[in-house]
Design a protein around this ligand. Sequence first.
Ligand code: NDP
Length: 327
Amino acid sequence: MFKGILIEKDEAGYRATLRDIDEAGLPDGDVTVRVQYSTLNYKDALAITGQSPVVRRFPMVPGIDLVGAVEESRHPGYHAGDLVVLNGWGVGEVHWGGLAEKARLKGDWLVPLPAAFTPSQAMAIGTAGYTAMLCVMALERHGVTPDQGDILVTGAGGGVGSVAVALLSKLGYRVVAVTGRMEEEPYLRQLGASEVLSRDEFSAPGKPLAKERWAGAVDVVGSHVLANVCAGTKYGGTVAACGLAGGMDLPASVAPFILRGVTLAGVDSVMCPRPRRLEAWQRLGRDLDIDKLGLIAHEIGLSEAIGLAPAILAGKLRGRVIVDIAR
Ligand code: NDP
């Protein structure tokens, strides 16, 4: 038996409980990992609360991120004792995930723990931080450079947003952070934001085209916010869209794309091919100021994870949550 969170859905309803789980239930995979830390992402909170149909197989162990030591391996790339990181690939959605003491996974999904980080720091970054890096790489692929002007980051107080602000500022961009919590302005400035704007400026329906302000943007919010960000992006600029914290819809016009050549670059971390993942983790080791992880992330025990999930969905948590599986 091992300890973990189990999500069940049956006649008795949808529920997540911390309990002892039978090892015989572990899914197929060629690597078994003794999990040390996991995280609580927005998607984990959706899974735990059942607020959106993220979990597609029951019973399910949630947790889209994990770091731990290989216990047993039939995969040629991994041996007992290796420290590995897992992000995405449907883990915590269709395959048992990281919010438990044990996980059995496909070796091809794993990334060796980058030398730059401790296991806990890797989870301070987690899927949110790795997605922020993918967004920055998307801006770079589309030719956005620091000399072109301001970069906007929405949902800046959350996990993806916080890491994006820290990364972009270290890379020399002038970062403008958007938040619904103006009381977080000192935090966002500490992360490297040069200016902090209220979400109110972006959340109402806007015009198809607005004043050209942003050379690029990282958006985690979607809906009217993303539409307004596109409308205010400069000629030839790029918006990396990765989230839906404000809604799944996109009530926009094509005007920014056809009149200003703006690019809307979609970013997905879950099925992102392995070479790009490895590149993202390597870049994080180089381009993220490790000292800022202490500001961004705080640690909780596995026993606190279920109770904290609603606060994430309510947008009340700042930065990232690391989950220590041992407590
Ligand atoms: P968090 O909950 O940590 O952060 C989301 C932030 O969005 C909040 O902190 C808040 O920031 C803002 N926000 C929350 N609710 C609303 C709202 N109703 N309207 C506008 N803004 C809101 O989540 P993550 O950073 O982990 O994830 C952000 C989004 O990105 C989620 O939608 C998530 O599903 C998605 N995501 C997508 C990935 C992919 O592969 N495409 C990978 C990882 C995440 P503030 O208070 O500062 O405004």
